[in-house]
Design a protein around this ligand. Structure first.
Ligand SMILES: Cc1ncc(C[n+]2csc(CCO)c2C)c(N)n1
Length: 203
């Protein structure tokens, strides 16, 4: 299994470099557990889902703690047949999901969001879960949307994606649960996600 993400922060300020670099500082505690590589367009994260989603959350929460409007674009992928097997990406949640019904996975996902830490940073997210190469993949997508509706982070459904709002802790936990517990445990699943904080539209 290979799990990873390409991530770009877009601060809406002429001082964008400072916001990006201070966000990247929040990744330092994770550098021994994840492969993290930054270039001029994005930062690559590869590794287990526990540090991966915590690092994504802390990166965006750090950038969102500053006043400017900031967005973050994330492409997540697990199980891509073209990627090498990587033991550092081993995931207990995925192994267990193989023997769990959709209803059991929805219950566990909801419990995980309830147990998420509160960071005190309000954020918005919209994302799409893509379950690739499988018959009846819409059962998993609809099952995931039902979980999101009950998660306490659901804002609204939109064309092609679902919109979440709330504390960064709960919102990123809801996305982690969507990514790991829906779609086949051994299959290829991706997420396209945009996060936003401090938008003047919401002031
Ligand atoms: C998470 C994240 N990683 C890398 C970039 C690309 N990038 C654009 S400006 C800048 C600062 C140094 O010039 C960097 C690294 C990004 N936007 N967001």
């Amino acid at each position: 299994m290979f799990i990873g993400a390409q991530v770009s922060l877009y601060p809406m300020t002429s001082d964008f470099e400072q916001v990006i670099l201070s966000g990247l500082k929040a990744l330092d505690p994770y550098r021994d557990r994840l492969r993290i590589e930054t270039d001029d367009m994005s930062t690559l994260f590869v590794g287990a889902s526990a540090p991966l989603f915590d690092a994504l959350r802390d990166l965006f929460a750090r950038a969102a703690q500053q006043p400017p409007h900031v967005t973050m674009h994330v492409t997540l992928s697990r199980g891509c047949p073209g990627e090498p097997d990587d033991p550092s990406c081993r995931c207990e949640t995925l192994s267990q999901a193989q023997d769990q019904t959709l209803a059991e996975r929805q219950t566990l996902a909801t419990e995980a969001v309830q147990a998420a830490p509160v960071l005190g940073v309000e954020i918005d997210v919209q994302f799409s879960l893509y379950v690739l190469g499988r018959d009846r993949h819409m059962d998993e997508i609809y099952g995931c949307i039902d979980f999101l509706k009950a998660s306490g982070t659901f804002l609204r459904s939109k064309n092609f994606c679902t919109r979440l709002r709330g504390d960064a802790g709960a919102v990123f936990e809801a996305v982690r649960q969507a990514f790991l517990r829906f779609g086949p445990a051994e299959g290829h699943v991706t997420i396209d996600l945009t996060a936003s904080a401090n938008s003047p539209t919401l002031r």
